[in-house]
Design a protein around this ligand. Structure first.
Ligand code: AG3
Length: 273
């Protein structure tokens, strides 16, 4: 029996190993290496440049938080911008809100969208919805060309390396701020306080300098480095810690109570930001 393992170097000193049942896709796109493996522990896994983006078993923890934290805090989220997130997981959650009229998905790599449609039907299922508009381009360029347009922006990026590093910088947050309407809100995934404390601090500081209000939320994602993950929320007008619309039914991680809990930071995280 073959004993095949996928290993992610989560930090130089920490690896996660998953036993592989099958390799479904292994290719280099114009932008990054794309790997899809089937694993015993977590089901199918999408890996970009060696970093796990989602697994079938725990993707709900991340995608529900990315979407509902801001969509439930905003009173009228009609136009939504998703940056990165070509797998479609965030879009699926966003469209659980009937009030949403359009979702614009800006991902640099069309191959990720294609891979998700082929291998992750339960994640990519909303990408063909008529409210979704897909723009395969660099988000740094896209946000410079749009003003006063979106109620919500969700930054579902890869780790801040290579073409994604600009998505963690203050100048980008400033462009997102300008692309949002006067009551706009944004959320960005900001990595782990154990693995990347400096990065987390810089991102939150950048957001505080840019947005009228900025807060950090946290949650658990078992397959991301250290399992403890953070979400930085910037808002022009409304306090995002207050839930203004209740959670869609049938969720598995986010709930009305989890909303306020997420913004209650453990002391060691408070110290970082
Ligand atoms: N985007 C954030 C993934 C970060 C994980 N980092 C890592 N494994 N080193 C996920 C995209 C899913 N829609």
């Amino acid at each position: 029996i073959a004993d095949l393992w996928f290993t992610e170097y989560q930090t130089p000193n920490l690896r996660l190993g998953l036993r592989i049942e099958d390799v479904l896709l292994n290719k280099q796109s114009k932008y990054q290496h794309i790997l899809v493996v089937d694993t015993k522990q977590y089901g199918r896994v999408l890996v970009l440049d060696g970093a796990i983006q989602l697994t079938e078993k725990d993707e709900f923890c991340y995608h529900e938080m990315m979407a509902h934290l801001v969509l439930c805090a905003h009173p009228e989220p009609k136009k939504v911008l998703v940056i990165g997130g070509g797998d479609g997981g965030v879009v699926r959650e966003v469209l659980k809100h009937d009030i949403v009229e359009s979702v614009t998905l800006v991902d640099i790599d069309e191959e990720v969208i294609r891979a998700s449609k082929t291998f992750f039907p339960t994640v990519s299922c909303a990408l063909d919805d008529e409210r979704v508009k897909i723009m395969p381009m660099d988000a740094l360029v896209f946000v410079k060309e749009h003003h006063d347009e979106f109620d919500i922006a969700i930054i579902d990026s890869t780790d801040p390396v290579d073409f994604a590093s600009g998505l963690f910088e203050q100048s980008f947050f400033e462009d997102v701020h300008a692309a949002l309407t006067e009551s706009g809100m944004m959320v960005a995934q900001t990595e782990s306080p154990f693995a990347e404390p400096e990065l987390l601090r810089d991102a939150v500081l950048g957001l505080r300098h840019t947005f009228e209000r900025a807060f950090l939320a946290w949650g658990s994602v078992p397959t991301y480095p250290t399992g403890l993950w953070t979400y930085a929320v910037g808002s022009k007008k409304f306090d995002p810690r207050i839930q203004r619309r209740s959670a869609p039914t049938g969720l598995k991680y986010y709930s009305d109570t989890m909303h306020s809990l997420a913004f209650e930071l453990p002391p060691f995280v408070k110290e970082i930001v």
